[in-house]
Design a protein around this ligand. Sequence first.
Ligand SMILES: [Zn+2]
Length: 210
Amino acid sequence: MELSFDGQLVKNHTSALQNKALVVAKELPVPSGAAFQYTFLRHHRARRIRLTVRSDGSVLVTAPRRAPLFLIERFVWEKAEWVREKIDFFKAQPGGLFPKLTGNEYRRHRQAALNLAKQKVIFFNKRYHFFYNAITVRNQRTRWGSCSRKKNLNFNYKIALLPERFVDYIIVHELCHLQELNHSREFWQLVEHAIPDYRIRLAELKKVRV
Ligand SMILES: [Zn+2]
């Protein structure tokens, strides 16, 4: 599990590469006084500076290749409190973000996930107009969602605990399987209609344990 914060678009900056190393561990004093370490990564497809805090407390800063270093460090400085909060949040989760649930808690999450899935499917299907049968939510160990040949959509109850950008991607992914029951180029083009940055979200979601 991880949480991210996106900065402004910086694609228009044309300053020369200022840091050729792709990954460096940096430590920056922050306003609250407590410095934290972060791994810094330049990414050729990145269009924004992004701060990510993982459930193990590690911090990742990704930036477009050409983003000036001062802009990146200022962003980290400005968001230092946010990072602190997220680290504290993860520290307060002994079993991670998906702890073992009691039966009651599970039923509550399941209902929340079902409401969320229905609402999101209706919203995104205004774009696609695909036919579907039932929407169900289950406790799945390996998948976030699935789509059957009978055009039933099924989602993992844990979507109720995910950041919305992941939920949107999962919903759109399964919705597009109503049309393309495969992962062909045509399928990804459908996904891209609603989620232009689906590649980034997919890469991030792969790091989240189901
Ligand atoms: Zn799929």
